[in-house]
Design a binder for this molecule. Structure first.
Ligand SMILES: [Fe+2]
Length: 263
């Protein structure tokens, strides 16, 4: 893959996005959120890739994967007006299908096309499928880190806004009720990522976001998490009590441990 290929892909993607722009302010806010997210995930991905890859080709591939990872969000929203995969379509799969159908990657060697397609397809899977080759697994781990880092930023930005200004599809329609699920708190003590199917409220969703820390792979990602203070910044939007303070301390200790070079 060359720098020219990446420029071609950036141009293709920005034309693709324009095809999904809306006059309706709410729809356009939802779509703009995903365009901005893509840009920021690219920046995260390049930062992580530079820390872990020596080969410039791998860094270009990493950026292309980040650029295309949420391709499926645009046709998903056009058809279903939601970003909730469970009630619409798997957006990783739809993104991979869209890239194949549009023949976007044809200018690349077949092995690189396959690497990008598999990474887009599984970037949002609960776990990386077992049958992937080692190289694909490395890129999949990286896009999953880069994506999570920006999703934390996106939500911190959204939680800071009054509800009427938030992109409506972002909090997936959960009610903003008091309390939270014990199951998600247990995930943190067991160092396990929570599952969206256990989320019943916006508070649960915030705790789910915190559990993602246990699915982070690269040392550079942990150092970005520490530097950007995501744990404290998300916890700020949860109720203050000893249980929440306990899990926050647990998470902060985990991040510190993982930035000690033990990853
Ligand atoms: Fe995604």
């Amino acid at each position: 893959m060359t720098e020219e290929d990446l420029i071609y892909f950036r141009n293709w993607f920005s034309d693709f996005c324009v095809g999904y722009h809306y006059d309706d302010i709410n729809d356009q806010r939802n779509i703009a959120l995903k365009e901005r997210h893509t840009k920021d995930v690219c920046a995260n991905m390049v930062e992580i890739a530079r820390a872990h890859f020596n080969n410039p080709n791998d860094i270009l591939l990493a950026e292309a994967i980040a650029l295309f990872h949420d391709t499926g969000r645009f046709p998903q929203y056009a058809k279903y007006k939601t970003f909730r995969d469970a009630v619409s379509v798997n957006h990783g799969l739809l993104g991979a299908e869209t890239l194949i159908r549009e023949q976007v990657l044809m200018r690349l060697p077949v092995d690189e096309q396959k690497l990008i397609i598999q990474s887009v397809k599984y970037h949002n899977a609960y776990k990386i499928p077992a049958n992937q080759d080692a190289e694909t697994v490395n890129f999949l781990k990286m896009i999953r880190d880069a994506d999570k880092l920006d999703i934390w930023d996106v939500f911190i930005g959204l939680f800071s806004l009054p509800p009427e200004q938030r992109a409506s599809a972002a909090t997936l329609g959960f009610p903003d009720t008091d309390g939270w699920s014990d199951g998600l708190i247990k995930c943190i003590y067991n160092k396990r990522m929570g599952n969206l199917k256990d989320v019943r409220s916006v508070n649960d969703y915030k705790i789910l976001l915190l559990t993602w820390i246990f699915d982070i792979n690269y040392e550079k990602s942990f150092s970005l998490i520490k530097g950007r203070d995501y744990i404290a910044r998300i916890s700020e939007y949860l109720p203050r009590n000893s249980e929440i303070n306990g899990v926050t301390a647990q998470l902060a200790a985990y991040v510190s441990k993982m930035t000690d070079g033990s990853v």
